[in-house]
Design a protein around this ligand. Sequence first.
Ligand SMILES: [Zn+2]
Length: 235
Amino acid sequence: MSYCVNCGVELEESQKTCPLCSVEVINPLKPYSENARRPYSHRVDHITKRVDRHFTAIIASIVLIFIIGICLIADEMYSEKLDWSYFVAVSLALVWVLIIFPMAFDRIHPIWYILADVLSLASFLYAIQYLTGPGSWFDKVALPIIYMLGVISALCATLIRAKILKGLHKPAWVAGSAALSVLGIEALLDNFVDGSIILDWSWFAAIPLITLALILTVIERKTQLKEAIFRRLHV
Ligand SMILES: [Zn+2]
């Protein structure tokens, strides 16, 4: 075993120069040997080719359209009306919107994802109502909840994207929006069940979230305090 005269790194006989500092290796007792053990692996891993997201998205879309088409045709032929295939179609459309749409279009404004999510989720739940028979839960609960969550998410995403919210104001707004969403969900459920809105369980989730939002806002405003905490946490 030789050591580099300049930096002291361990050297193999198969090395003409130091791998660290490039100083020439001269050791009369252990001259350079081409066949000596190499200090690195003989096996070369092939670097995985970067997966072309757009190509994958196109292939996945074609597969989904194919499956939906077959289901619709089969359903139409056997039951002579669209029944279960409608559910399959909206379920796969939901999968497309949630997974493949962001993969294919990764540089658009987040509001488009939210709009697509709202529409596909509404269609999915409408399909459940359509198949399970008449009922008012879709119009009175499901749709208002989806719209409310869509509007709150769109507002947060727009304010963050436009850089109106900065630093800890971003998580503070997300926490505040989550609190508002939970309260809104209970209000809509109460209204559907007995027509009177008495907020109860949602406060258990909303109060910690509102507290968190207020703490984050105060910390962000007190810049010096923020810097002191960040220094303590080594971030
Ligand atoms: Zn060296």
